[in-house]
Design a protein around this ligand. Structure first.
Ligand code: ADP
Ligand code: MG
Length: 299
């Protein structure tokens, strides 16, 4: 085991090229020369040389260019990058909605070819929940649809996860009776209830007010502490990336490439405001926007 690579090590960890294959992050001390790749647990989700494009009759839009990423079980892996750099596209590819034009995506060694109940995505939009279903029905429905569980088991599991996100008093409410934060809690409960191998979240808190957003981050981390699920989380907020992630991939602007990768588990919500945290935010801001300007806005 190595000492944690904090953002003070960021300059050392910055990779002009994606990290080499065989790089085993937990065995590499950032301040030392790279040792021989040690055998370690193989990544749960492996993204290799993935280029993603949108083809319209008029033109081809390249969203990402040759992305290499290793996401290990129980990682809270964050994709951080400016708007339009291909974060959502990459997430959709990992979820199986988009096929790479180049490269491969594998989950536990098996190629990802289509969406499946082992990869659930929570989106930013508050309208992900069918409005005619109650909270309890919304959470139980996919369990039934995926034929994962019988009616009673589905209801029980739904109740369990609704309780986890603190919505038991609202189990029989409809989405329009809930605040934005509560709707996102339902979406998270619904996703966790499926017990996916990877939970994917695409800027899930971006449309919430700052206080609610902070509380949701806290709750997500508490849920992770309890269940240790594997999280692939997209954000354009540096602060959010540092708080939520244990590992962050910084993507360059359009088309997205991996510009740097680093460990961020040294930070959590209590770090915000500390000197080390602010310094990390500033350094990342400069890295993200290729300037030396101080970070006047971290979100
Ligand atoms: P991000 O999530 O990082 O903001 P996206 O993955 O949404 O970025 O988009 C990456 C690039 O792909 C952008 O240039 C965007 O305009 C383009 N793009 C996204 N969706 C489509 C689409 N359906 N058709 C054509 N281009 C698209
Ligand atoms: Mg997006």
């Amino acid at each position: 085991m190595i000492s944690a690579a904090t953002l003070s090590d960021l300059s050392v960890l910055e990779l002009a090229e994606p990290r080499p294959r065989g790089f085993v992050r937990r065995d590499v001390a950032p301040a030392r020369p790279a040792p021989e790749p040690a055998p370690g647990p193989s990544p749960l989700l492996q993204i290799r040389g993935v280029t993603l494009e949108y083809r319209t009759p008029q033109r081809v839009v390249r969203a990402t260019h040759r992305i290499d990423l290793d996401i290990h079980a129980a990682d809270r892996f964050v994709l951080l990058g400016p708007s339009g750099c291909g974060k959502s596209t990459l997430l959709k590819a990992a979820a199986g909605f988009i096929t790479p034009v180049e490269g491969s995506i594998t989950l536990a060694g098996a190629p990802v070819r289509a969406p499946g109940p082992d990869r659930i995505v929570v989106f930013q939009e508050f309208d992900q929940l069918p409005p005619w279903k109650t909270v309890a029905q919304n959470v139980a429905f996919p369990l039934r649809a995926a034929k994962a569980l019988g009616r009673r088991e589905a209801q029980e599991r739904a109740r369990h996860y609704i309780d986890k996100v603190g919505l038991t008093p609202f189990a029989d409410s409809y989405p329009h009776q809930l605040s934005g934060g509560m709707k996102q809690r339902v979406a998270i409960a619904r996703a966790l209830a499926m017990q996916p191998r990877v939970l994917m979240m695409d800027e899930p808190f971006a449309a919430l007010d700052a206080l609610t957003r902070r509380r949701m981050q806290e709750e997500l981390l508490a849920l992770w502490d309890e269940a240790r699920f594997t999280l692939l989380f997209v954000t354009h907020s540096i602060e959010e990336a540092l708080v939520v992630g244990n590992r962050v991939a910084l993507l360059s602007p359009h088309p997205g490439r991996v510009r740097a990768e680093f460990n961020s588990h040294a930070f959590d919500l209590s770090s915000i405001g500390s000197e080390a945290f602010q310094a990390a935010v500033q350094r990342l801001h400069a890295r993200l926007f290729d300037t030396d300007a101080p970070a006047e806005a971290a979100r």
